[in-house]
Structure formats: structure tokens, C-alpha cells
Design a protein around this ligand. Structure first.
Ligand SMILES: Cc1cc2nc3c(=O)[nH]c(=O)nc-3n(C[C@H](O)[C@H](O)[C@H](O)COP(=O)(O)O)c2cc1C
Ligand code: SF4
Length: 521
């Protein structure tokens, strides 16, 4: 009997040598006359264990990792394919035991990412065998208003950063009459330390396709676009292939599953601008223009792509929808805390020992996340600061690590959950340098439409440089405070409006870093 062995094929695993592992495995097995069926699955999200090789046994899958091509002969010698190569003193050093039992996975609550790593991402049969398209089957029996009500009742809020209620956005599009409406998926994923959108698209592409199709049925849109960052070439290849398979199988096209409803989907590539993740800039870019932020109103839900009503949602907002339809809004709403319902896809990055994707119900603490899942810093030095939510969000000092991960709790202390990126820093970090980086990032990525952001960020870099050089510190610190206020109050979008958040948090929580002695003091 041929044993099924899983070697992931997503960008993380590939960059760590998964192709070489897969090739060596096949070659060695052939040379030894061992029967093996190689499945190129998606990653399970444990970047620290990649390439994570799994062997299917009667008791479930056994995990081995991180595996290199050179490890393969030794693993086969030890009985990799026998199904009883266990972890511990008696086993192989790379053997981790049953995958599902690993505490890193067992302690997560995966709703959106329940399927990643289990399936061959491009196999519709595999998708269906793992509960795929159940949400769409339900959606096809409902009216548009019923679908919108279901999403509203789930409490789902946008995962792209602003946390706007998804059902309310859909209601606006549904209520706006037009000859054509659009569903646009924001897959620009520009925030530092984030990769959950990429994992969803590379490891479970039909999930996003299903979510977008349900969104189309809900608001009456027949055309969808996935606006994908150009730095994700593999995601493009996988999405293009999955869209073609879905069309061939009747899950996309003029007559979805014989329902008479049409929905078409295309992938469009961005050109590497952070600001094109902002929804109106994204729409400009999608229309073939320079990515410049639009004035609001009109909202994209009323006048969006090509002036038509448009749902713009993040990958993870849309990817949450199939669960909501398949299991019911209540099952989603039952998870979480306060007004933050469901789960949050946290992405552990930066100076972390065990980086990767951790999906948890809202309400868990940052400390739990960074210590229990992250295992502390990769450097082994004490953790000093953490930036949650991307380059426009605050740096949190240890006194804030016990805050529950919840939109409102974070907003109360001037922080943000954003897209769930968690970037950790050890005690060697210079927070004045990080504050400078925030201004510099804004200076580089500003679309240039408004003065407080375009000019303010340039001046911000200069003022921080003067502070760090010890030049007239008190006056320059006061000036930096005023500049932050001007950017917050006068910027057209959150790029200029939120850049002061990380700067202010560094000033408030790490003031000594701005008063370091300079040469000659
Ligand atoms: C500068 C800037 C960059 C943004 N980048 C992204 C991004 O990469 N991905 C994303 O989904 N939303 C991003 N957003 C948020 C979008 O403008 C918008 O709120 C989101 O796509 C709406 O989808 P959601 O309701 O599902 O979150 C960005 C916003 C700003 C101001
Ligand atoms: S705040 Fe910055 S990015 Fe936003 S519109 Fe103004 S110049 Fe453009």
C-alpha cells in the first residue's frame, strides 16, 4: 500500500527548501522500492517547523520538522513510512508526534484556517471532502437580504484594519441600484509582519473564491476582482489555476451550480505601493490609474470601481463568510469577546522563536501569544516592545501585554489590532530609531495628495534626527508633538493620520531612547 506523505508548497515552505525535500523523498523512495504518494499540501502555518513533512497513518498524520533534503535518507532508514516513528527519546530527533496533538496547533481555534495544510490547495475534490462549498450551497437557497442578515448577525468586522461591520457594508451595496456591481478583494497585504492573506490564498484558494461568490450573491454583483500584491507570484499562479478549475466545475461562471446566478472572478496585480492597500487608492489602481487616495464621500459601497457600487473587503473578511453560511451566524458570533466576534488571525513575526500563523478567538492576551505560542525572542534576549497591526499602529510596552486582543480594548490605549500582524523586538531595539522609521515609511509611501502627510512625514524624519543628535532636544520634542497633531487632524487618510501612533507610543513608553547621550556629551 502506498503511504501518503505531505510536503507543503506555499511560499514559506518553498523558501525553506520544501521542493528539495520533496524531490529527495521521491528519489530515495524510488531507489529503495518504497511505495509513496507525495501530496503537495499548503502549510499549516507553523513557519518555525517548515518544511513540515507529514506521514498519513491509521491514527492520523505524524509530523516531522523542520526537515532538510539531507535528513531524508536518515528518516527513511529510521522508518519514516512505517507509521510508528514517534517523537521522544526513542524516536527520531525530527519526529514531533501526531500533528494535531502539538500544543502549538491544539491550543488554536481555527475557523477560517481550519483547512490549511490538510488539503492539496488546487484539488476541488479535496476541498469538497473537507467541508468546502457547504457555505455556497446554503447561500444558493437564500435571498440576498437573508445573506446580508446572516453576515450582520455573525458580528463579522473587516479584517483589513478598520474593523468596519461587513454586513453593514454589504447592505449599502445591496441597497444601491446599479446596472453593474463589483466585489473587490483587497489582497494587497502591505502591513509589516503580515502573511495570513497569502497563506489563505496559497493554501486554501477555494475558500476565498467561495467567500467572494457568496458576497456576489448577497449584493447582486456578477464580477469580482482580487487585487493582489505583485510580491506574491505564487499566490497569483495558485489563484489563477483555482479560478480556472472552479469555472470548469461550475462554481464560477454564468450559471453557478445551475442556479441561474452569474459570478466571474479575475486576479489583478498591484505594483508594489503600500498606499494601494487603502481601498480608494486600490480602486484607482484597479482602474489603471496611479494609486491616489479618493475623497470620501462617496463611499466605494455607493460609487466604487468604475463608479459602481462595490464591496471592498480584505481576504480574511471574505474567507470568514463560508463558515458563517455553513455553520450559521450564531456559531461565529458565539466566539470572541465584546464587539469583536469570531477569531483573529495573528501573525507572529520579527524577533520571535516560533513564528507563524496563530488563529485565536478575540480576547486572548498578547503575552499568551508571544510567550506560549511565540516562545519568546529568537535572540533569547528579553522582549522589550511589540508592534501590533502594522506600520501605522502603536508599539506596546510590557505594561500593555496583558490587554485582551480586542478592537475596543486596544483602541482605548491608542493601539490597534489592524490586520493582526505582531512584530516582536528584544531589548537591543532603539525605539527612537523605530519612531524615525515610522516617519520615513510614511515619507516613502505617501501618495502625496495632502500636505500634512507628504510634507509632514519628511519634516518628521528631520525632527527625529535632530532629537537623536541631541540638538535642542526639548524644543524639537515639542515640535514633534505638534507635527503629530497636525498629521492626525489634517491628513486625508489613515496613512498620514495614523503614522503618529507608533511615533507617539515610542515617545510615551520609551522616552529614554530619545535622550540617549550623543558623542561629545
Ligand atoms: C495606508 C493604508 C493601507 C491599507 N492596506 C490594506 C491592505 O493591505 N489590505 C487590506 O485589506 N486593507 C488595507 N487597508 C484598509 C482598507 O482601506 C479597507 O479598510 C479594507 O480593505 C476594507 O476591507 P475590510 O472591511 O474587509 O477590512 C489599508 C488602509 C490604509 C489607510
Ligand atoms: S494621508 Fe498621505 S497617503 Fe493619505 S491621502 Fe494624504 S498624502 Fe495620500
Amino acid at each position: 500500500m502506498s503511504v501518503r506523505v505531505f510536503v507543503p508548497r506555499d511560499t514559506t515552505a518553498l523558501s525553506l527548501g520544501a521542493d528539495a525535500v520533496a524531490a529527495r523523498l521521491e528519489r530515495e523512495a524510488r531507489a529503495r522500492g518504497l511505495a509513496l504518494t507525495l501530496v503537495r499540501n499548503g502549510s499549516r502555518g507553523a513557519a518555525w517547523l517548515e518544511p513540515l513533512v507529514e506521514v498519513e497513518t491509521a491514527q492520523g498524520r505524524l509530523a516531522f520538522g523542520p526537515v532538510t533534503a539531507e535528513d531524508i535518507p536518515g528518516l527513511l532508514d529510521a522508518g519514516l513510512l512505517d507509521g510508528d516513528l514517534l517523537a521522544g527519546d526513542t524516536g527520531h530527533p525530527l519526529a514531533l508526534g501526531p500533528t494535531e496533538a502539538l500544543p502549538w496547533f491544539a491550543r488554536q481555534q481555527r475557523l477560517t484556517f481550519a483547512r490549511i495544510g490538510l488539503t492539496d490547495p488546487l484539488s476541488i475534490a479535496d476541498y469538497l471532502a473537507h467541508d468546502g462549498y457547504r457555505g455556497l450551497e446554503t447561500a444558493l437557497t437564500r435571498t440576498p437580504q437573508e445573506l446580508v442578515e446572516e453576515v450582520k448577525a455573525s458580528g463579522l468586522r473587516g479584517r483589513g484594519g478598520a474593523a468596519f461591520p461587513t454586513g453593514i457594508k454589504w447592505q449599502t451595496v445591496l441597497d444601491t441600484p446599479a446596472d453593474q456591481k463589483y466585489i473587490v478583494c483587497n489582497a494587497d497585504e502591505g502591513d509589516s509582519g503580515t502573511f495570513a492573506d497569502r497563506l489563505a490564498m496559497e493554501c486554501d484558494p477555494y475558500l476565498l473564491i467561495e467567500g467572494m461568490t457568496i458576497a456576489g450573491l448577497a449584493v447582486g454583483a456578477t464580477q469580482g476582482y482580487i487585487y493582489l500584491r505583485s510580491e506574491y507570484p505564487l499566490a497569483k499562479t495558485i489563484l489563477d489555476a483555482a479560478i480556472a478549475h472552479a469555472e470548469a466545475a461550475g462554481y464560477l461562471g454564468d450559471d453557478i451550480r445551475g442556479s441561474g446566478h452569474a459570478f466571474h472572478l479575475e486576479v489583478r496585480l498591484g505594483a508594489g505601493a503600500y498606499i494601494c492597500g487603502e481601498e480608494t487608492s486600490l480602486l484607482e489602481s484597479l482602474e489603471g490609474k496611479r494609486g491616489l487616495v479618493r475623497f470620501k464621500p462617496p463611499l466605494p459601497a455607493i460609487e466604487g470601481l468604475f463608479g459602481r457600487p462595490t464591496v471592498v473587503n480584505n481576504v480574511l473578511s471574505l474567507a470568514a463568510v463560508p463558515f458563517i453560511l455553513a455553520e450559521g451566524a450564531q456559531a461565529y458570533a458565539d466566539v470572541g469577546m465584546g464587539r469583536s466576534r469570531g477569531t483573529l488571525a495573528l501573525q507572529l513575526a520579527g524577533n520571535v522563536k516560533r513564528g507563524g500563523l496563530v488563529e485565536l478567538a478575540f480576547g486572548a492576551s498578547l503575552r499568551t501569544l508571544m510567550e506560549e505560542f511565540g516562545g519568546g525572542t529568537a535572540s533569547g534576549r528579553p522582549l522589550r516592545a511589540v508592534q501590533v497591526g502594522g506600520p501605522l499602529c502603536a508599539y506596546l510596552p510590557e505594561s500593555q501585554w496583558d490587554l485582551p486582543l480586542d478592537y475596543e480594548a486596544f483602541a482605548e490605549v491608542g493601539a490597534g489590532v489592524g490586520h493582526g500582524g505582531v512584530v516582536m523586538f528584544d531589548d537591543s531595539v532603539d525605539m527612537a530609531e523605530q519612531a524615525r522609521f515610522s516617519m520615513e515609511f510614511c515619507k516613502t509611501e505617501s501618495c502625496g495628495k495632502c500636505t500634512p502627510c507628504r510634507i509632514g512625514s519628511t519634516r518628521g524624519v528631520e525632527v527625529i534626527d535632530r532629537i537623536r543628535a541631541g540638538e535642542n532636544r526639548a524644543a524639537n520634542l515639542a515640535l514633534l508633538g505638534e507635527l503629530c497633531e497636525t498629521m492626525e487632524d489634517g491628513s486625508l487618510c489613515a496613512m498620514g493620520g495614523m503614522t503618529p501612533f507608533p511615533v507617539r507610543s515610542a515617545l510615551t513608553h520609551f522616552p529614554d531612547d530619545f535622550r540617549r547621550p550623543v558623542e561629545g556629551d
